[in-house]
Design a protein around this ligand. Structure first.
Ligand SMILES: [Zn+2]
Length: 274
């Protein structure tokens, strides 16, 4: 992806090196633990975090420090998503409110509870912020076998997809539908919502390609990442078996399919997973 030397977003809150407090479950073992817990309890991994409390360490957003290529990369991708979604919202007579992306290490407070790097990146609708520990990118490469800058960009764009769902009211509708639903149906709704975020990430990728920002192999990197974090593959790695009713994000094949749809069409309307 062509990103060097391009302007980054100012909507970055850099909390790296700050102590988030709490019982952090670190690293790969922690992620496996959370996935296993999530598989056993049938809960969305993020729900395991939900102990809502006040958010204390409020920091003003700004840029990223110089000589920090990975943070700079995220900031440029974030700026790209802002441009794309501003345009798409404008076109339908709405205005896009850009979210803040929080960089953290280890653990940090969010309006959705204590965010831990072991959970992987997440979006919290309560404070409209994306939470990202950059160490996830190393895991994406080494543990999930999905290297490359566009794989990383897809991860960021997927979380921004959840922000778009929040702005458009989809998240709120889903949340109330899931509260009324039984566990199996609730999981199925979660899958639809996640696949739509994948498709929205693809929509962003479509416009990035149109702007000439992609390099050969980029789309494949994104699709490889989508396949790598499918529920079936993660469950097989974590517990050796696959329980489709417990899926909350969709299978590898589904994630690839919806990301591809967004990439090819560039149209929000093509992302109706419901
Ligand atoms: Zn998601």
């Amino acid at each position: 992806m062509k990103w060097r030397g391009r302007a980054g977003s100012q909507n970055i809150e850099d909390r790296r090196g700050m102590s988030g407090g709490g019982m952090a479950v670190g690293g790969i073992g922690g992620l496996v633990l959370v996935l296993v817990l999530s598989a056993l309890t049938g809960q969305n991994p993020l729900d395991l975090l939900e102990t809502t409390g006040p958010v204390s360490n409020e920091v003003r957003p700004g840029g990223v420090p110089a000589d920090d290529p990975q943070a700079e990369f995220v900031s440029v991708v974030l700026a790209d998503t802002e441009t794309t979604w501003e345009r798409l919202f404008d076109a339908s007579g709405e205005s896009y409110e850009a979210p803040v992306l929080v960089l953290f290490t280890g653990s940090t407070q969010s309006a959705c509870g204590l965010g831990q790097s072991a959970m992987g990146p997440f979006y919290c609708p309560g404070d409209r912020k994306v939470y990202l520990d950059l160490s996830f990118f190393r895991e994406l490469d080494e543990r999930f076998g999905a290297p490359g800058d566009f794989a990383q960009a897809y991860v960021v764009a997927h979380e921004i997809g959840h922000h778009v769902q929040t702005l458009t009211g989809i998240s709120a509708r889903m949340q109330s539908a899931r509260q009324r639903a039984g566990e199996r149906e609730s999981n199925a709704l979660s899958v639809r919502q996640e696949l739509q975020a994948d498709c929205f990430a693809g929509v962003w990728g479509h416009y990035a390609a149109r702007e000439g920002l992609l390099e050969p192999g980029d789309a494949e990197e994104g699709l490889r990442a989508a396949a790598a974090i499918g529920d079936d593959r993660l469950q097989r790695q974590a517990q050796g078996t696959v329980v489709p009713e417990s899926f909350t994000h969709g299978s590898s094949a589904q994630r690839v399919e919806w990301l591809r749809r967004g990439l090819e069409s560039g149209s929000v309307d093509s992302c109706n997973t419901f």
